[in-house]
Ligand binder design. Structure first.
Ligand code: IPE
Ligand code: IPE
Ligand code: MG
Length: 256
């Protein structure tokens, strides 16, 4: 089956720009075209959830000028894409320390989310000023408050309950994580949620990543055996998908 949730670490904008002898920010600008294509392709494939890592908590440490271009680009993206997103039936949400974003960005973000709230297609989540550890600590704080208020006792805390305190409570865990630019690390993205995600590292930089690269990642994913700790034999017993079925989906995807 195709993944229900694809998460992407959009990396390599700066290196792409450097290769073209352009300033780093041109790489961020060019990356917007990749976002457009991938969002559209995921919608067409009826993938229910797509989460894009657009700005990490650690990215605040970059030069001020680069941070302000990134914030501006986010505004431009939301303004220029809203109609297209709406036409494509996309719903928008955001995770992260949103109140750390500049006020105009927060406003634009909230109004875009509101405009798209009634849509029923792809759920697009932007991770903005996000870090996995920040989210886990925030969840622990809220949980601790609920214990102090007597709403919960420590024995009630299970993995399932804990998950409901994360900002991703309403989204299933990612099945597939894609990172572009060849880097093989999580960089503080969805740490709890990534427990059993399949990893796909694409060598191209984010501004070069297009739907064909996504199809490659998906066809790669479809050939993985997700064992979740079990043995291969156990999976076959419980009726895992036949190779011909997997091949059929791959053909369908690559023919699009
Ligand atoms: C990803 O590209 C965009 C953000 C992190 C905001 P980078 O800006 O990290 O590009 P590289 O990794 O320096 O090439
Ligand atoms: C991860 O990329 C964050 C985003 C893509 C938004 P970085 O480029 O910031 O990650 P590191 O610093 O190379 O780990
Ligand atoms: Mg990077």
């Amino acid at each position: 089956m195709l993944p229900k949730h694809v998460a992407i670490i959009m990396d390599g904008n700066g290196r792409w720009a450097k290769e073209q002898r352009l300033p780093r920010v041109s790489g961020h600008r060019a990356g917007v075209d990749s976002v457009r294509d991938i969002v559209q392709a995921c919608g067409q494939l009826a993938i229910p959830h797509l989460t894009l890592y657009a700005f990490s908590t650690e990215n605040w440490k970059r030069p001020k000028s680069e941070v302000s271009v990134l914030m501006e680009l986010l505004m431009v993206y939301l303004r220029s894409e809203i109609e297209d997103l709406n036409r494509n039936n996309v719903r928008l949400s955001a995770i992260g320390q949103l109140n750390a974003l500049p006020k105009p960005v927060q406003k634009e973000l909230h109004s875009s989310m509101e405009k798209l709230a009634g849509n029923t297609g792809l759920n697009l989540t932007l991770a903005l000023s996000y870090s996995g550890r920040w989210d886990i600590v925030r969840a622990v704080q809220t949980l601790a408050l609920d214990v102090r208020r007597g709403k919960l006792s420590p024995e009630d805390i299970t993995e399932d309950l804990f998950q409901t305190y994360l900002t991703t409570a309403d989204i299933p865990d990612p099945d597939l994580l894609i990172r572009t630019s060849g880097e093989m690390r999580l960089s503080n993205f969805l740490l709890w949620e990534m427990a059993y995600a399949e990893l796909h590292i694409a060598s191209v930089f984010w501004p070069e990543f297009r739907r064909d690269h996504l199809y490659q990642a998906l066809s790669d994913y479809l050939q993985r055996e997700r064992r979740f700790g079990k043995t291969s034999e156990q999976l076959t017993e419980s009726g895992s998908q036949s190779r011909s079925y997997v091949q059929k989906i791959i053909d369908l995807i690559t023919r699009q």
